[in-house]
Design a binder for this molecule. Structure first.
Ligand code: BG6
Length: 484
């Protein structure tokens, strides 16, 4: 299968926070992979900008290390790395002061795509936007890319939107949710909207329930200070899980363009019912044989922050009324596994005796690891001995279908950065979407605070708190296993 790569237009990409963790782990290695794939045009420039005392050579060394360590796939060709490094330069800049800005203005080209990646904490978003404007660095079509967390609640997200809107139009603002850049997440839209097969069944009449799981094995050690103020709700649910829910639940957009897609996603968020207290389980991990407790990781002995959340939601609209959506996410769980399972209802009339237990139609979308999909159907167990039923997967693993080319699947960040350069906002969150998500999340968090809610403790390496199992069991349903 050939991989199609369409080069983008020449660009100047400035990475504020160019020596930070995200630049090192994701942005620079991602750009390098796009360079190797032939997508970066002649004359593309990547400018790292930060406070540190680097020169161009020092920054190139930094980028070389980052690529050697973090660029995945079989592409560590020294010659290619050197060619890529030639596109890189470094600029010393003071985000809160005036140092460096006039010089940056001088080197930016006006006749190429301009993109400014704010790979910095949110408190610097507004000062950066203001300076890009004040020093006339950003042209009318320049793009800015902002990372999560986009606000801490509705009020702060609104304030941030307003601050950015003072200098940039909405069409220039790219709010990243890297889950939208994942291969299978995009495939979700293709599976739904390029096939006739699923759409007639994609509703409350045929879907019993939907499960969305994002399970991680890592704890919060190393970033406890940030995480302890966020918890799973702000860190994962308000953005990543909510986006997955939107893509699964949304109506088919009339066009595949940024606003048509985002309009439909927004309608899903606005159709979410408030969550009942008994439909939510918060958890926090205990110490286990191979790691400390959350409390130790967060360095806060009194912390009541959740490292795990499971909840049952209702999307109150014509399509989904009566079909629950179960979401769960957590740290230090048994396995790293993200998937969406669409569990269909039983046939209305069953003619194969007492083997009802056997039938099972599920569409599982595996986001990571081992991207792919499988559709479970019931068949006759081969051989004599009557009509015995079994359920089997119709399996589509990307690794098997694409073979070695699975290495060429762009990582979420590489794809998203190229979308910025192309000017395609489809996979980025619009300001109103982010605000709607906070508007739904805020009362839930406030409820916990008002009630002094204590998270349930769970063992590190388990599937989460017992109560989360009950969320499903009490309704005769069960979560899929969290296992490799
Ligand atoms: C980030 C969260 O947005 O996503 C992290 O802040 C989380 O807490 C990470 O670990 C998960 O991303 P991925 O791509 O590894 O599933």
């Amino acid at each position: 299968m050939a991989t199609h790569v369409i080069p983008v237009d020449p660009f100047d990409l400035v990475i504020f926070g160019g020596t930070g963790d995200l630049a090192k782990r994701k942005i620079l290695p991602g750009l390098f992979r796009r360079f190797v794939a032939g997508q970066m045009p002649e004359g593309a420039r990547v400018i790292g900008a930060a406070r540190g005392e680097f020169d161009d050579a020092g920054y190139r060394d930094f980028a070389r290390d980052a690529i050697e360590k973090y660029a995945h796939g079989k592409i560590h060709d020294k010659g290619k790395i050197n060619d890529f490094l030639n596109c890189l330069s470094y600029f010393r800049i003071d985000a809160l002061g005036d140092g460096g800005w006039k010089d940056l203005a001088k080197i930016m080209r006006k006749d190429v795509v301009q993109a400014f990646y704010f790979s910095v904490g949110p408190r610097l978003f507004a000062p950066l936007a203001e300076r890009l404007h004040k020093y006339k660095i950003a042209g009318p079509d320049a793009r800015i890319v902002v990372e999560k967390p986009f606000g801490h609640d509705l009020e702060s997200a609104r304030a941030l939107n307003a601050e950015l809107a003072a200098y940039f139009k909405e069409t220039q603002i790219y709010r990243i949710d890297h889950y939208l850049g994942k291969e299978t997440v995009q495939n979700l839209m293709v599976v739904r909207f390029a096939n006739i097969l699923f759409e007639p069944l994609w509703n409350a009449q045929y879907v019993d329930h939907i499960q969305i799981t994002v399970a991680e094995t890592v704890g919060v050690g190393g970033r406890g200070a940030y995480y302890d103020k966020s918890g799973a709700m702000r860190d994962m649910v308000q953005n990543h899980l909510m986006q997955l829910l939107c893509l699964i639940a949304m109506e088919p957009p009339a066009h595949f363009d940024p606003d048509s897609v985002r309009d439909e996603k927004l309608k899903v968020i606005r159709a979410l019912d408030p969550v009942e207290v008994e439909d939510i389980v918060r958890g926090q991990y205990r110490a286990g044989p191979d790691g400390p407790s959350y409390i130790e990781d967060a360095e806060n002995p009194d912390s009541t922050t959740e490292s795990y959340l499971a909840m049952k939601l209702h999307v109150s609209n014509w399509r989904w009324s009566g079909t629950p959506f179960y979401l769960r996410t957590g740290k230090r769980l048994r396995a790293r596994k993200s998937e969406i399972a669409v569990v269909f209802k039983d046939p209305p009339h069953f003619i194969f005796g007492d083997q009802q237990e056997q039938r099972c139609n599920e569409l599982i979308i595996h986001l990571q690891p081992n991207e792919g999909m499988d559709l479970r159907v019931t068949i006759k167990e081969p051989g004599p001995g009557g009509m015995r039923l079994m359920d089997v997967p119709l399996d589509m693993s990307f690794a098997e279908t694409l073979g070695d080319e699975v290495d060429d699947i762009p990582d979420a960040y590489e794809r998203l950065v190229m979308d910025v350069i192309r000017g395609d906002q489809t996979l980025f969150m619009r300001g109103d979407e982010v605000e709607a998500a906070w508007a739904w999340v805020d009362p839930i968090i406030k409820g916990w605070q008002d009630r002094g809610d204590q998270p349930k403790l769970y063992d590190a390496g388990s599937s989460g708190p017992e109560d989360a199992l009950m969320l499903m069991h009490r309704e005769g349903r069960r979560w899929r296993e969290i296992s490799e």
